[in-house]
Design a protein around this ligand. Sequence first.
Ligand code: M7G
Length: 319
Amino acid sequence: MAAAQNSGDAETHQAAKRLKTDETEAGNNGEKFISNFEVGRVLRDSTREKTIFVHGKIDDQEAIVILEKTPITEDVLPEMLKTSTQTLEMRNDIYSTYKLRPPPHLSGVKTTVICPATEKHVKKYLRQETFLIEETEQDYQSITLPYINSQSFSVQWVYNILEKKAEADRIVFEDPDPQDGFVLLPDFKWDQKQVDDLYLIAIVHRRDLKSLRDLTADQLPLLRNIREKGLEAIMKRYSVPASKLRVMLHYQPSYYHLHVHFISLDYDAPGCGVERAHLLADVIQNLQHQSVYYRKHTLTFPARADDTLLGKFREAGRL
Ligand code: M7G
């Protein structure tokens, strides 16, 4: 696939391509949990990305289930072609199409469950028109900050990771320093089956930094540490070099506990557009030039049509 050809060191890359999968997965309980899902409405789907986001219920609780067909990788091709059952659909001259049915271990569907899901989760995944907001320093203080304090997503899942109450076995690297330390682990968007769509997040141990807006030059050691040690750990574990990674922050993030995204350059992940992504290298440079850069500058970000924050900007006459 493309990633193997572009990486420069195709051999190392190939070796890292077939990654260890999380065999523990959901087990029997998880399967039962998912099979109890009663389909409500489709929030969003994409035939191109082969994903569907569905709102429904599991045992009377609101739930969102995200299904995603996983990419076909080079290393499973021979087995897939040999062992699939095949049905000829049509033949015409030199053209023919087939329906292949691969064996179960080669036809997994990545499934994410959010349960109980809140109204905010439903809004997050519902396909909606988006608008750009230009947030001044003043807007942040008077509109965004009160909004964050009143109703942002719970970051309990983040604390569970930091306290090793969840996903402890998935940690790729940890620097335990309370000031400049962080935990690096696979993002739940990544099934870890191939590096083409590699996606990890570095979550800082400090709990007092909500987002890019809170950063000053005081956090340069923290940011440099994440960049340096995060890249080193990814090279060591997955043989993916810095030149193949987008290391960035989102503004606005969904979760207001500082974290950094490490994403394969070959993966056109959601949230990588200029209106939301800030490269960590640029953030470091900006803070080197001006300590209060992110406190003072107007920051632009996208918001969905029924995002409460968008409503607050409208009410304040800022949109
Ligand atoms: P964000 O920039 O706050 O928001 O990133 P976004 O979700 O709109 O991008 C948070 C990141 O954390 C996203 O990439 C999520 O996929 C990821 N994430 C969210 N949750 C709830 C979990 C989780 O429970 N475990 C892991 N490993 N990643 C998560």
